[in-house]
Ligand binder design. Structure first.
Ligand code: NAD
Ligand code: MN
Length: 357
């Protein structure tokens, strides 16, 4: 039997609630499939750990995680710990330390879920946004001079490297090639940003030659927001920089119904290190402990993880079960329903058992 070692890091707020739901569904799935086994080890890292130890994870945390096949992550963030501590203390060191340079964000309108776009339903919006996850506007370069004085100057420097852009472009073209429409949209802002963004356009044209069966087009990021809203059917796979894709993917999550259904994978395509799978949402402490967190994003990202591990049949069964449950109207309050986390999870577990896929 195939075996995979999974590190689960539930962390803060609703993180532990949705990860518990996800692990429950995974264990039902594992028994139903009978072809693989997940050995899950949980790590109590996060804001509570920080309050006890002064760090979000132990100094050898990355060394510990290195031995795993994948990381299943909840969310970080607590009302009484600064956001830059929680983010830079746990999630970002994992993304950067394991060179998870492709952030993959599938978005579609699940059956039974209502998009805020009038007349747009399942099938009209089925995208994968690929976000460059290692450089660009979030590379951390820049500075401030004459701080606080009237002549203060601050710079925020975006870093783009040929290696970094080429590898994300190849990843995006390969992903587009694997999807039925074989269509990629490359997003930049190369009319106003004349260096890094023009290099993106040039590298896109070069890499496109390696994928003659993929059709592609280019969009400026501002026009892209309009196209996402007005012509969602015209898009399929999308690649953009760290900042641009960060913004576009929140818009995408809202158009697909809720942040509570949006999953993401932080992937090292070369498989040198474990990749990390998580819901896009944060720790949502406004609803933590109430039992109403939507677990769908955490189920969906588990399906991404199974796909990455080489278990596509299990991934398909899990998503079929989730779609059956949303179609039946078993929805948490963020989607306009009245179901609890537990009710949705139990319905998904039942559907995993019975669904014909
Ligand atoms: P958030 O994503 O936690 O919540 C935004 C809104 O969406 C809230 O009203 C919340 O109740 C709702 N929501 C989010 N997930 C939901 C779910 N699964 N089911 C139902 N409703 C859901 O963002 P925020 O409120 O801006 O931030 C809260 C904390 O989370 C902050 O500390 C922030 O830094 C952190 N954060 C962490 C991550 C991460 O770990 N990847 C991402 C975003 C924010
Ligand atoms: Mn964001």
């Amino acid at each position: 039997m195939r075996e995979y070692n999974i590190a689960a890091i539930p962390a803060d707020g609703i993180g532990p609630e949705v990860i518990a739901a996800g692990l429950q569904a995974l264990s039902v799935l594992e028994r139903r499939m009978g072809t693989f086994r997940l050995r899950v080890q949980e790590f109590p890292w996060g804001s509570d750990y920080y309050k006890q130890h002064g760090v979000m994870m132990p100094a050898d945390g990355l060394d510990t995680l290195k031995a795993f096949d994948a990381i299943y992550f909840g969310a970080v963030g607590a009302p009484d710990v600064p956001d830059h501590v929680t983010l830079w203390g746990l999630r970002l060191p994992i993304c950067q330390g394991f060179d998870q340079y492709a952030n993959v964000r599938p978005t579609k309108i699940l059956p039974g879920v209502t998009s805020p776009l009038a007349g747009v339903g399942p099938g009209d919006l089925d995208w994968v946004i690929v976000r460059e996850n290692s450089e660009g506007e979030y590379a951390g370069h820049g500075g401030r001079a004459h701080k606080g004085l009237p002549e203060e100057v601050a710079t925020e420097v975006a870093i783009f490297t040929r290696v970094g852009v080429t590898r994300i472009m190849r990843y995006a073209f390969r992903l587009a090639q694997a999807r039925p429409r074989k269509f990629l949209t490359v997003v930049t802002k190369s009319n106003a940003q004349r260096f890094g963004m023009v290099m993106w356009d040039e590298i896109a044209a070069e890499v496109a030659k390696e994928f003659p069966d993929v059709t592609w087009d280019k969009m400026l990021v501002d026009a892209m927001t309009m196209r996402m809203v007005l012509k969602p059917q015209s898009l399929d796979t999308i690649v953009a920089t760290n900042l641009h894709a960060d913004i576009l993917s929140d818009l995408a999550a809202a158009l697909a119904g809720s942040l509570g259904v949006a999953p993401t994978g932080n992937v090292d395509p070369e498989r040198r290190y474990p990749s990390m799978f998580e819901p896009i949402h944060g720790s949502a402490f406004d609803i933590a402990g109430k039992g109403i967190a939507n677990p769908v994003a955490t189920f969906w990202t588990a399906a991404q993880m199974l796909e990455h591990l080489g278990e596509p049949d299990a991934a398909t069964r899990l998503m079929a079960a989730v779609e059956r449950v949303t179609a039946a109207g078993v929805l948490t309050p963020d989607l306009g329903g009245r179901a609890t986390t537990r009710e949705v999870t139990e319905a998904v577990c039942d559907a995993i058992h019975s669904a014909n896929v």
